[in-house]
Design a protein around this ligand. Structure first.
Ligand code: ATP
Ligand code: MG
Length: 334
């Protein structure tokens, strides 16, 4: 069944804060599967910037460019200088962010089951900002037809994986007629060619509607900033940031990371919830072709979320290690 070859090298970058705790937890889970992966650890983030004068050493970037899959934790103050170059190192054009509620976890909307497909290279993240004076700053939004079409092609193919026949395009083309207008037009052009008929919702209306009834939505395709904000909103609906994984996918490589950041308020205490990062590792397994193992990891995470042990963010008093150990004990690979 597996198309994975068992000799893959996984680049591992814990980064800062709880990245140092949750990434080793996810590596423990991958190691327990005994697939024969090599793990190669590299540094990035605030702690490296202090020592080396750059938060992203050249060897870290080169390793990510050479590997099929990278598992990343989080970076603190230097986040933009780490994660944006790393996403481009894998030529990532889409950030896949599933937001699901789990039995046993207190959620505002326990019926939530969404996937955001976020454009991952442009919009306001293009870095085209200028401080004109101490009173005035401007920014330029970038939209290209190529990036929008690449995202839409991915979205159309993704529908088959999740057994759904349509997606929702979220944008604000009524105000940003040129940038989001081009995004919208390109996505609809590709969808029409592929025989898909997407719905569309303005991003402000989407924010209200997803809170009131998330079951209206399934696969959500959005520009970069909207995807960032709305997927964090969805994290709130399902019970917190400690649960949301993500995959930055390129044509040949992927970089997998939790949606959360460094959580400085709990870093170093050994109580971070490893679920988001372990679920990111499950996305990594799926990307490499280990579908059965990905399902087993997800099933074990779900089982532990339902019956415990739980970390303090979910109302429990277990440590990161307790939860990781319980997940490893509950694998059931078919
Ligand atoms: P950063 O600037 O790195 O994003 P932040 O202060 O915004 O840092 P986040 O990591 O985004 O922190 O987390 C926001 C809140 O959610 C914090 O209170 C944090 O403790 C909590 N949180 C995030 N991830 C986890 C996790 N894996 N386990 C437990 N709590 C978490
Ligand atoms: Mg944050």
């Amino acid at each position: 069944v597996d198309s994975g070859t068992g000799d893959e090298t996984i680049v591992v970058i814990p980064g800062d804060g709880i990245g140092q705790e949750v990434v080793p937890a996810a590596v423990d889970v991958l190691e327990a599967l005994d697939l024969g992966f090599e793990f190669a650890s590299y540094e990035a983030g605030d702690h490296v910037a202090e020592e080396r004068g750059t938060p992203l050493p050249a060897e870290t970037r080169a390793a990510v460019e050479a590997a099929e899959a990278t598992l990343f934790g989080a970076a603190g103050e230097t986040a933009a200088d780490v994660i944006l170059p790393l996403r481009s190192a894998v030529d990532s054009f889409v950030n896949v962010r599933p937001a699901r509620a789990y039995p046993g976890v207190d959620a505002v909307r326990p019926e939530t089951d969404l996937v955001f497909l976020r454009e991952n290279t442009e919009g306001v993240y293009a870095g085209l900002e200028h401080r004109l004076s101490d009173q005035v700053a401007t920014g330029t939004r970038l939209t290209t037809r190529a990036a929008s079409e690449r995202l839409a092609e991915f979205a159309c193919s993704y529908l088959a994986d999740v057994e759904t026949d349509s997606f929702t395009v979220v944008h604000k083309a009524n105000v940003m007629g040129e940038t989001d207008g081009l995004f919208r037009e390109a996505v609809f052009d590709v969808a029409t060619d592929r025989g898909v008929e997407p719905d569309e919702v303005l991003m402000d209306a989407f924010a209200t509607r997803v809170c009131l009834d998330p079951t209206q939505f399934d696969v959500v395709v959005c520009p970069n900033l909207a995807g960032d904000v709305l997927s964090d909103l969805a994290a709130g609906l399902v019970g917190g940031l400690g649960l949301l994984p993500s995959a930055n996918l390129g044509p040949e490589r992927g970089l997998f990371e939790p949606v959360h950041g460094t959580a400085p308020d709990i870093a170093g205490e050994g109580v971070a919830n490893p679920s988001a990062t372990i679920l990111s590792a499950a996305m990594l397994l799926e990307f490499l072709g280990y579908d059965a193992e990905a399902r087993a990891v997800r099933g074990a995470v779900e089982s532990v979320l339902e019956s415990g042990p739980r970390t303090p963010d979910l109302g429990g008093d277990a440590t990161t290690d307790d939860v990781t150990g319980a997940i490893v004990e509950r694998f059931d690979v078919e």
